[in-house]
Design a protein around this ligand. Structure first.
Ligand SMILES: NC(=O)c1ccc[n+]([C@@H]2O[C@H](COP(=O)([O-])OP(=O)(O)OC[C@H]3O[C@@H](n4cnc5c(N)ncnc54)[C@H](O)[C@@H]3O)[C@@H](O)[C@H]2O)c1
Length: 378
């Protein structure tokens, strides 16, 4: 089947970006939302983004118009999907909203259409079972912002036809992105399974070791080669995103995460990170601001526990055959900006030292129990 027509449901943060990159790859795109004002705002953002690309000479003025005109904003669902080969769903991360969307979609869409959900945390198999054709349902997890982030996790559910997985992986490649196959529909998929628990661990480190966030963040940046500190990355991502992912992940699997109450506290206080001027850190304006981290501060902290938690979850993914080690490294590089792969760092720090640290932490819960793959590296 040749995909030509894409319908994106939801024109918010993710939807308008997915629509834009699809339009830039020559697809005819319909962007659907429930109110005209949302679509107007989304189309404005698309225009702004295309114009920026033209200012940087990445596309021509003619291409700005061509790509923009490849997207048709539509409110009526039936009209939106009448020619669709692929529907990408990017409506809010709320099971009941998605359930209603798939119910309505099933009524108006034809039987051949592929459904792809951009959900970050909901189980693909469960969502697929809400639809008339689970074999044509798949997870396609773009990262924010889709215009810039190269990574897309492709997650087949247990009923997804392998030909659909192939087709969607090729579609993602055609958008100039890197599809990484998440072979099993596990909580958090690949990147969030490593990233979200780390945010909680960083707060536990602060409690246990009585050091400042800047010191922990500096150690993470300079000793673990992260692009920024974990508290900084959490504020950049949004505390609301982290809180909701935490809720969803821990409600489905208690062992995947050890939630620290601080995340809920920040969320309840609406301290959502960079975008609200206050999260873990305080920010002056709504412009993106870096925290003052330094090698001098990094020298004051040993981030072995943080590395151990990341490695343990990474090891779980490999030992459960969710992804290959190579795909894991690639995903963490593209999704979290990790410059050095975790297992290389493990050798540098010493696997035995990391395992000892995790064993010491086991008094706080099974979450820290070292995974067999990690143990076998010793
Ligand atoms: N924001 C992120 O960083 C991020 C990253 C990766 C994946 N995701 C996932 O992408 C999805 C969308 O997230 P978002 O951040 O873009 O949300 P958002 O709230 O910015 O946008 C959702 C849009 O969907 C619209 N909508 C609501 N009901 C609808 C319906 N019935 N039909 C069509 N549109 C409808 C809303 O009006 C809104 O414009 C979620 O599943 C989320 O988990 C988000």
């Amino acid at each position: 089947m040749v995909l030509k027509n894409i319908t994106v449901l939801g024109s918010g943060i993710m939807g308008h970006g997915i629509a834009q990159i699809s339009a830039m790859s020559g697809y005819r795109v319909v962007l659907r939302d429930i109110e005209k004002q949302f679509l107007d705002k989304a189309m404005e953002k698309v225009k702004w983004s295309l114009q920026k690309l033209s200012e940087k000479n990445k596309i021509t003025n003619a291409q700005v118009d061509e790509y923009y005109n490849n997207i048709t904003p539509v409110i009526d669902l039936k009209e939106a999907v009448k020619d669709a080969d692929l529907v990408i769903e990017a409506v809010p991360e709320d099971y009941n909203i998605k359930k209603n969307v798939y119910r309505d979609l099933d009524i108006v869409s034809n039987n051949n259409v592929i459904y792809a959900s951009n959900t970050s945390t909901l189980p693909i198999t469960e969502l697929s079972k809400l639809t008339k054709n689970p074999s044509k349902f798949i997870g396609v997890h773009f990262f924010n912002p889709p215009q810039l982030m190269k990574l897309v996790e492709v997650i087949p559910g247990s009923d997804t036809d392998p030909s659909i997985t192939n087709e969607i992986s090729n579609f993602v490649k055609g958008l100039g992105k890197t599809p990484i196959l998440c072979k099993k529909d596990v909580v958090g998929f690949i990147v969030n399974r490593v990233f979200i628990p780390l945010v909680h661990e960083a707060v536990y480190c602060q409690d246990r070791d009585n050091v400042t966030m800047q010191i922990i963040d500096s150690a993470v940046k300079y000793k673990l080669a992260f692009p920024m500190g974990i508290f900084e990355l959490a504020d950049y991502t949004g505390i609301d995103v982290i809180y909701k992912a935490t809720q969803e992940m821990s409600s489905r699997d208690k062992k995947v995460i050890l939630p620290h109450p601080k995340i809920k506290e920040l969320y309840d206080r609406k301290q959502l990170g960079q975008k609200s001027g206050q999260g873990f850190y305080q920010y002056k304006g709504d412009k993106y601001e870096r925290i003052d981290l330094s090698e001098e501060k990094a020298s004051k902290y040993d981030p072995t526990a943080i590395l151990g938690v990341a490695l343990n979850n990474a090891s779980w993914l490999i030992s459960n055959e969710v992804c290959t080690k190579e795909d894991l490294d690639n995903a963490l590089n593209l999704g979290m900006g990790l410059k050095t792969n975790l297992f290389e760092l493990a050798n540098k720090f010493g696997v035995q030292k990391i395992v000892n640290e995790l064993k010491k932490l086991e008094i706080y819960g099974e979450f820290y129990h070292p995974n067999e793959y990690l143990l076998a590296l010793k």
